[in-house]
Each structure stands twice: as C-alpha cells, then as structure tokens.
Write a protein of this length. Structure first.
Length: 296
C-alpha cells in the first residue's frame, strides 16, 4: 500500500503544516521518520524546525525532501537518540568526537554529555566502552605517553648528539615514537606482450591500489589519500584489506611508506594470460602483485 493511502499519513493543514511521515535529506543520505520523533526533544534544532508554522522557510532538495546540510552518516545515531533518548554505538566506534560535534549542532545537551570523555578522580580517561581514540585503543599507548612525557622534560638536543634526539643515562631515544607493524600494498594490472619476447610489454594504468594492514597505521601513513568508504567502521587497532588509495601511482604510495619509516620486506606476483588478439599474436596478461612493508 502506498504511503499516501495510509491513514496515519494525514495531509498537512494550516494548524498542522507537517505530514505524519517526513522525508529528510541529510548530507545526501535520505531518512524517513515520523514527525513526533523529530520533535521528541523540546528545544532541539529539529524541534525548532518542525514545530514552526512557516514551512516554506525550511530548505528542500529537488524532490521536495527537507534538507539538512550535515553529516548524513552520523545522522543515523542522532535519529536513533531522538526515538528513545538512548545512546547505542558500535564497539570501538571511531567517530565519537565528530558525533559529539553533531549533537552540539542539533542542540542535544544530554547526548553531548553521553559522548563526552569520562574523567576519573585522577583526571585520567575512565573506562568507557565506547571510547575509540586510536591512542587509547593501542596496547602500547601507556608506554608511549610515559615516554613522551619523560621526553618533554628533557632538552630537545644534547651536545654531540643528533638534532631532535633525547639522550638519557639509559641511552638515546627519539621523541618521535612510532608503532611497529606491517602494511601490504596490492594492485591488479594488465599488459600486452607480443609474440616476440624481445618486444617491450605495453603496460596499462593501474586501476586501483589496495591497502591491507592495521587501520591506525594505514591512516597514519596515507592520511587523506586513503579511501575508507568500503570499510568505514573498522576499529583503529583491527586489520582491514578493504581500503584503497585515491591515487593510482605506485611510486607515490612507496614514497609515503618510505617517509613514514617503512621498508619493503617481501613481494609476490601472479600472472595469467587473459586472451589474445584475433588479428595479431599479441597476448593480454593480467597480474596481481603485492608488496609487504614493515616498520620496526
């Protein structure tokens, strides 16, 4: 049955300008919910938007849906909270601070409090099952913070020592503490090889460079050039093989890994003959290659 035939979807009137079922376009993501859900928290931004009499003042998209220019992915948690005033997040939720900012924008003070980091009596971060700061989830985070704090109390350079190094009675240590780990770069390519083996192969452009490794390391090395759309909720200390790079130049990927202190330790490749041209003896080969990088 179409929505228009549903008795609960009454047409708007002068006294009640909004329909029972409302379609929202939040940052390109479409949500369908009930009007009482949107006004369930008095004083919130959504309450102000959907209790006013002048509906024409609200922005709409090309299909007539109410438009809100905010993060469409995170709005699902805002809408869940509006339904029952409870906060339920996935384990190791990686967007906690951003969701807190969205809660502030939508004027939901109780949700902001739920998302705020909990402090213990010693002014340290308490045990919060939803806390997802990459440094807090790292098993070596405590040692890293202790070493960083100790380094901050020492001079940044010692006479006779290298610039930027800190020398103590136990030896020398760098202030730049980086975690060890593996990152694997993989790509699938193709090339044309003539009948004569002496003929130079004609390589085609790499279609996509895949990244496999710990999420926190991949983000550290590649930053904004890392596309996480195929695995957006992966916790920082878990591994993934679904990331890929926004560029298609292997040299650029290798340069970023080298700048981050990684070294290539292994590589492997497979190749198969896909098909041959009907009019020539040229054969088109497809290959998959992986490079394994490690940082101590």
């Amino acid at each position: 049955m179409a929505l228009a035939d549903n008795a609960g979807c009454a047409k708007p009137s002068e006294d009640f300008p909004f329909p029972e079922i409302i379609e929202l376009n939040v940052g390109g993501q479409v949500y369908i919910t009930r009007h009482p859900t949107l006004v369930s928290v008095p004083g919130s931004l959504l309450w102000e938007m959907f209790t006013q009499k002048n509906v024409r003042s609200l922005a709409r998209d090309s299909k007539g849906r109410f438009f809100v220019d905010r993060d469409g992915f995170l709005f699902r948690y805002i809408l869940d909270y509006m339904r029952d005033q409870q906060l339920v997040l996935p384990d190791h939720f990686p967007e906690r601070s951003r969701l807190q900012r969205e809660a502030e924008y939508f004027m939901l003070p109780e949700l902001v409090k739920m998302l705020a980091p909990k402090l213990s009596k010693q002014n340290s971060l308490g045990d919060d099952p939803c806390q997802s700061d990459p440094e807090e989830l790292s098993p070596n985070a405590d040692a890293t913070r202790n070493l960083t704090s100790a380094s901050a109390t020492l001079p940044s350079a010692v006479a006779g020592g290298p610039s930027g190094a800190v020398t103590t009675g136990m030896g020398a240590a760098s202030t730049d503490v980086r975690r060890a780990g593996f990152i694997t770069i993989g790509y699938r390519g193709s090339y044309t090889l003539g009948r004569d083996s002496q003929t130079d192969a004609k390589f085609r452009r790499v279609a996509r460079i895949m990244v496999c490794g710990k999420t926190s390391l991949a983000k550290e090395v590649f930053g904004d050039t890392l596309n996480e759309s195929r695995d957006p909720d992966r916790p920082p200390e878990r591994y993934t093989s679904r990331y890929y790079l926004k560029f298609t130049f292997l040299e650029q990927a290798f340069d970023k890994l080298a700048d981050a202190g990684f070294h290539m330790v292994a590589c492997n490749s497979t190749g198969t003959c896909a098909f041959a041209h009907d009019q020539t003896d040229d054969r088109i080969w497809t290959s998959y290659t992986e490079y394994v990088f490690y940082r101590e």
